[in-house]
Every structure is written in C-alpha cells, then in structure tokens.
Design a binder for this molecule. Structure first.
Ligand SMILES: O=C(O)CCC(=O)C(=O)O
Ligand SMILES: [Fe+2]
Length: 330
C-alpha cells in the first residue's frame, strides 16, 4: 500500500483523489474557524480526521500503534503559493496565520491521528501551531528561527518530562531546499556495554532557546536512553546538555553522538509535504540555509503531539488543558 523505503521511515504520496479529499475536508473546517484557531476547534479535529483518506489514517495509526515507522513523510497536498502570501518576518503575524488556515488544519488533521496537539506556555505564546521561519535577529542562534546556524540534531523539548511524543512539520515553501535531518534509534549500533551508562540518571539537560533563556534553570539528572536495552527510547539535545564532569562518561557520550550523526539522513520538505517524527525513536535537526527576508523564505508549520495529555496534569496551565507549562522563566 505504501511506498516503503529501505529506511525506518514511511513515505506516502497522495494520489489525485486523496489530495482533493484532504483539501476539501480542510477547507470546510478552515471556513468555520476563521480568523483564529481556538481550543474548541482543536477539540473537534479528531472527529473530522475520521474523514481523511484511509491510507493516511492507516499510515499514522501504524506509526502510533506499532511504534514503527519512526517517521512518516506524507507528500501531495497542493499549496497555493500566492494564497499563503509572503513568509512573515516574525512568527507572530495573525494575517499570515489566517492566510494559512487550510494548511494548519491539514497539519492538525494528520497530527490528531497520532495523539493530542498541545503547546507550551513558554513557546510562541502558547500557540498550538507554530511557525518555523527565519528571523534575521536569530540567524546565528541555536533555534528554529535560525538559518546560517544548523540546528543540531535533537529530541524536541528534551529537558521536559512531558516532551511531545511526536513532532509534526508541514511545509508551506522551501525555495532553497533546506534539509530537515533525521536519525532513528533502530539505526544505531548500541551493543557495546559502555553505552549502559547512558541509561543512568546522570545527564543534565537544560531548556533550549525556544523556551526563552533559562540556561541556569534547575534541572534534575536524567538518562539519555530509556526503556528496553535492545530497543531503547532516546532523549537528548546535545547542544543543551551539560558536559559530564567525568571524562570517561563524556567520552561515551561523544561516541554515542558520533553514532547518531553517522546515520543522519536529509529529508527536503517541499510545499505541501508533511513530516511526522517519533520524538522517542528518532532525533531531528536542520541543515543551514540562505535566508533572504524577502517574503519568499522557507516557511513551515509545526505541531507538538502527545499520546496522552492526561499524564501531563502536573504541568497543565489554567488557560487550557492543551497548553502546558514549559520552561519556568528566570
Ligand atoms: O526546520 C526544520 O526542518 C526543523 C526544525 C526543528 O527542529 C523544529 O522546528 O523543531
Ligand atoms: Fe526540533
């Protein structure tokens, strides 16, 4: 059924009929939500998603139920480049949000097959759908608004106990073919017993820049690998991980990072393509690219998805069950 590749990911190319089905479903919903996505609307999405093409539902449900594939690349939704208008200069642009309602709805529909969408209070003002676009002020910063600086591969929100189970990206435009990078746990040779130390609670992961500058926030030690030794889950953002004091442990960590980097692949998202990454079974990042700040730059929408928001009750905000306390500001 699917165009299976020889990698631990799945590629699904929608046919003509499926494309129309997705777009008309999204358009109907988008019309009812203008001008802004609100939480009542998001709660209606899972029921509407039952009307997605069966191949899309099967692919994403497979990813959720079997925990394999570790990522899904879904291609074929048409994006009208004129209708979405210029790439905004900042993530906070309500006009741009309105122009891209259809695309946001597609991302929500697809994402809801994997779980519940949520936002962080400390990130893009609690938005459920994020903008990923270059902002000149962050050109050289380790954040998804960067362009000259690569985004080192990472687990999304690795510092947080209630990090997303999946990260969903939907590409609006990518004129310079900047690549998203992905590497999957199943590709890493971790048989060497030395990697056992990575399962121990000894690593200090601080919040990344997207949650504001809280580098000094108190964090408790945690493992980099968890679960079954033969098929572990991963949780690491090396750029924001404190270097272990013990040189032997630091060396194991370096070897681990090298192992991950060796199997890093590039996925170039084109307009209308979505990528869902299992945030426990794969890491992702992005290659650097040239930003022009001319309204035509690369522009993605992003969603964070939890398999179960109920377990996130300790960090629920008053505002909504779907907005969680991220990094505590300092
Ligand atoms: O821009 C991309 O392709 C991915 C960036 C990223 O890591 C993110 O937004 O979480
Ligand atoms: Fe990321």
């Amino acid at each position: 059924v699917f165009q299976e590749s020889d990698v631990p990911g799945l590629v699904l190319v929608l046919d003509e009929q499926e494309q129309c089905q997705v777009v008309s479903l999204a358009d109907d919903l988008a019309r009812s939500v203008r001008p802004a996505v609100n939480h009542d609307f998001i709660r209606d999405i899972p029921a509407a998603a039952q009307e997605l093409p069966v191949r899309v539902r099967k692919a994403l449900l497979l990813m959720r139920q079997r925990e394999d594939p570790a990522f899904a690349h879904i291609c074929g939704v048409r994006v009208d480049d004129d209708a979405i208008g210029p790439t905004p200069a900042h993530w906070h642009d309500t006009d741009a949000d309105e122009r891209t309602m259809r695309e946001q709805v597609v991302l929500m529909l697809f994402g809801s097959m994997l779980g519940e969408l949520f936002g962080w209070e400390s990130q893009q003002e609690g938005s459920i759908i994020h903008n990923v676009l270059p902002i000149s002020q962050y050109e050289n910063t380790q954040i998804n608004f960067a362009s000259k600086e690569p985004i080192w591969w990472h687990t999304e929100d690795a510092f947080h106990d209630f990090r997303p189970d999946y990260v969903g990206l939907f590409c609006l435009r990518n004129p310079v073919s900047a690549a998203t990078t992905v590497s999957c746990v199943s590709e890493w040779d971790l048989r060497d017993p030395k990697f056992g130390v990575l399962f121990e609670d000894r690593f200090f992961q601080v919040p990344d820049n997207s949650h504001g500058s809280c580098q000094e926030a108190a964090v408790s030690p945690r493992p980099v690998l968890l679960g079954d030794r033969r098929r572990p889950y991963v949780c690491i953002d090396p750029y924001f991980l404190k270097r272990p004091d013990d040189p032997k442990i630091a060396e194991v960590l370096d070897d681990f990072c090298e192992t991950v980097s060796r199997s890093l692949r590039e996925v170039v998202l084109g307009p209308g393509e979505a990528l869902f990454v299992d945030n426990y079974l794969a890491v992702h990042g992005r290659q650097p690219f040239h930003a022009s700040y001319d309204g035509k730059d690369r522009w993605l929408k992003r969603a964070l998805i939890s398999r179960d928001l109920r377990r996130c009750w300790p960090v629920r905000t008053k505002a909504s069950r779907q907005v969680l306390v991220g990094a505590v500001s300092c």
